[in-house]
Design a protein around this ligand. Structure first.
Ligand code: ZN
Length: 180
């Protein structure tokens, strides 16, 4: 197995597009297949429950909370697969960390926002998308018109890139409604 290289699969899209549901679905399949994996999430996201990744429909998987990308190395024991939720919130070293992990033969499943609330590429996501093996772009439904939505629109006037929240702060919009 020395020459085996890992791969990166990415689940991306706007808020309310079902990224976490899709990630949990894939992890449950790994459970059935009795494959060892570890799920990480950045400390910034404390929605619902700190030690679990919980989807909006309340499915959950235990997660290891990390404050920086390089913490991932410390927590890997004998897992062949690691998963990361909300990957856009991790620091820019995530790209190098992921490259090293796949070099070591570890497969990575990564979920995150591809764009921030301004419609700009978010964190390490664009670079990771470039070197990924497979990308699943999830779509939400536009809160305003019901079309397919790719954008996360911030309802309030806060201008920091990272502002945690759900429907009280954000809505999913299609391209037309987003740029209105
Ligand atoms: Zn719309």
């Amino acid at each position: 197995m020395k020459n085996h290289k890992g791969k990166i699969d990415i689940i991306c899209g706007s808020m309310f597009s079902g990224k976490t549901e899709e990630l949990i679905r894939r992890l449950k399949r790994l459970d059935f297949a009795k494959k060892k994996y570890k799920l990480f999430k950045p400390i910034v996201d404390n929605r619902y429950d700190n030690k679990k990744v919980v989807s909006h429909n309340m499915n959950s998987v235990q997660a290891t909370i990390i404050s920086k990308s390089e913490d991932i190395y410390k927590h890997i024991k004998n897992e062949n697969i690691i998963a990361i939720d909300e990957a856009q919130f991790l620091d820019e070293k995530l790209y190098e960390v992921c490259k090293k992990l796949i070099e070591d033969g570890i497969d990575i499943i990564l979920a995150g926002l591809d764009m921030d609330y301004k419609g700009e590429p978010f964190g390490s996501m664009p670079k990771l998308l470039a070197i990924s093996n497979d990308v699943k772009k999830m779509h939400a439904v536009c809160f305003d018109c019901g079309e397919t939505a790719n954008y996360t629109f911030r309802i309030n006037n806060d201008t920091q890139q990272v502002l945690i929240g759900s429907k009280e702060n954000y809505k999913a919009l299609c391209k037309n409604c987003f740029f209105k």
